[in-house]
Design a protein around this ligand. Structure first.
Ligand code: FRU
Length: 531
């Protein structure tokens, strides 16, 4: 054999051998990632139904858009600790809004600062010219937060910038002309841009939070922005964050309205943070609210910075959103070990008009039902005092989707209790005299890690004049999401019992309560079916 042929054969053998090793290696790597993932998603208090990052700190959902069969979810992320720090955008995607795959970090801090909350849009017609007609870009709008400026008290340390992706949201380039909205007025709290397409004016609209109000801007190309107007409540100086603006159809009508979501950082109904909304008109310049006062999207303490997905296909037509399932009052000290914070379940919003008002209802997305495994149907139960729901939690399945109709009763109060053998409990109580639902997590854990978390029993107004009331509960390892009458009222609450709750019971005070159509669906974990 010639020397060059010997060399060729040797090269081929080496390549085959290296690729064999590579495959082995990949196989081993996959196995070890799988087993790490398995262990990670098994820690105490790890949500089995909700998205949480494998490790470290997460807060607000950011930049959500749908494209090519995938729902993208970005989020405020600090990869070096389980408490808040210089923010990045973490990234996850899902084909069904139920199973999530965590992806590499999308946006890193740079010379203009770290990356605070914001949004993303699919620029289908390449209005930004940052992509091409054949390959339109995804544009993310976010706040650059400059810690040096903050320390020096410059007051203009928050500015709006953009980044673009040409591969469907995986790799991102920061725009060279950043910031696209500088902070000329030097407003200390000037952040969280949300972008929406406004069909009538053929413009992109950006809404951002500026201390106690929101500001609207318009652009034809997502890079040059012109200020339009402010919207706020006279005399109310609470801090506003993470706004969202979208148009939606009023249920069972041909009427369309604009909804403005705003998260409030302090003094929300049950203390601390919550997402609120206004319903009205947006004419391309100004927002005009038509509800008599600001309303609450969720009455619990743990649904903050709720915002919606961009680019949900028209033939789907739903308004879909997600919130951060925590509260700044205690988010950084909750007793989880490898990671901190979880998202709420994705929700579908509907706008309902009654004689006097508009109301935003939120329910679970229908895709969630695929997690249902076995069902215990208990039909009707007449309760005096307290009764355990047999088989409500099983040793292997402590996550449930429970639905029950509560009928007019003689009991003055009635409700449902989750508890464990240590006597730790969470109580949901409907009190007719008070006209309220109370959620009491004050005894949900013996070792109290925060005063704020355990301080108060939380409440929400309930209309007891209805003959029948339906309640749906989604119970996960460390949270409950309560939906009354198909989401006319929703209430999200987190908890951290020392041991998982192992029993559910129904109770009635001073009288009888009829619980009918009681069904308990045991749920599969979202982490079991990961690719
Ligand atoms: C809301 C918020 C946003 C900000 C981000 C920082 O929770 O305070 O206003 O952009 O968190 O992580």
């Amino acid at each position: 054999m010639k020397q060059s042929n010997i060399f060729k054969v040797f090269t081929v053998i080496t390549i085959v051998f290296i690729s064999f090793l590579g495959c082995q290696n990949k196989q081993q790597k996959k196995q070890s990632v799988d087993s790490i993932a398995k262990n990670l998603y098994q820690e105490p208090h790890r949500s089995q139904l909700h998205f949480s990052p494998q490790a470290n700190w997460m807060n607000d959902p950011n930049g959500m858009f749908y494209d090519k069969g995938k729902y993208h979810l970005f989020y405020q992320y600090y990869p070096d600790s389980t408490v808040w720090g210089p923010m990045h955008w973490g990234h996850a995607e899902s084909k069904d809004l139920v199973h999530w795959k965590e992806l590499p970090i999308a946006l890193y801090p740079d010379s203009l600062g770290c990356i605070f909350s914001g949004s993303a849009v699919v620029d289908t017609y390449n209005t930004s010219k940052l992509g091409t007609a054949e390959n339109p870009p995804i544009i993310a709008a976010f706040t650059h937060h400059d810690f040096v400026g903050e320390k020096a008290k410059t007051n203009d340390f928050q500015k709006q910038s953009i980044a673009y992706s040409l591969d469907g949201g995986y790799e991102w380039q920061k725009y060279s002309g950043n910031p696209v909205i500088p902070n000329k007025e030097k407003i200390k709290d000037f952040r969280d841009p949300k972008v929406v397409w406004h069909e009538a004016s053929q413009k992109w609209i950006l809404v951002l939070a500026a201390y106690d109000r929101v500001k609207f801007y318009a652009s034809a190309n997502l890079t040059d922005w012109e200020f339009l107007s402010d919207f706020g409540i006279e005399g109310d100086h609470r801090l506003w964050e993470c706004p969202d603006l979208f148009q939606m159809k009023v249920a069972d009508s041909n009427e369309y309205k604009w909804v403005l979501l705003v998260s409030i950082q302090k003094n929300a109904p049950n203390d601390g943070t919550a997402t609120s909304y206004f319903v009205g008109e947006f004419d391309g310049i100004k927002f005009n609210s038509e509800v008599e006062s600001q309303k609450w999207l969720d009455w619990g303490t743990d649904n903050y910075a709720f915002v919606t997905w961009n680019n949900v296909p028209k033939d789907d037509g739903r308004v879909l959103g997600i919130g951060w399932m925590s509260n700044w009052q205690y988010a950084q000290i909750v007793p989880t070990v490898n990671w901190r914070s979880t998202m709420t379940l994705p929700r579908e919003l509907t706008l309902v008009k009654s004689a006097s008002n508009y109301a935003l209802h939120s329910t679970l997305v229908r895709e969630f039902e695929q997690l249902r495994n076995t069902t215990t149907a208990l039909g009707q139960m007449t309760i005096t005092q307290e009764k355990l729901i047999e088989g409500s939690f099983t040793a292997s399945q402590a996550e449930v989707d429970l639905s029950v109709d509560l009928q007019q009763t003689t009991a003055s109060a009635f409700g449902i209790k989750l508890q464990n053998e240590l006597g730790e409990k969470l109580v949901i109580k409907f009190d007719k005299k008070e006209g309220q639902m109370f959620v009491d997590r004050t005894n949900s854990r013996k070792d109290k890690f925060s005063d704020e978390f355990f301080k108060n029993v939380h409440a929400a107004p309930i209309d007891f004049n209805k003959e029948k009331m339906n309640m749906r509960l989604i119970i996960d390892a460390a949270s409950i999401e309560i939906f009354i009458n198909e989401g006319a009222l929703s209430f999200t609450s987190i908890f951290f019992p020392s041991e998982k709750f192992s029993a559910i019971s129904l109770f009635a005070d001073s009288g009888v309560c009829n619980f009918s159509n009681l069904e308990v669906h045991h749920l599969n974990s979202i982490w079991e079916v990961q690719e």
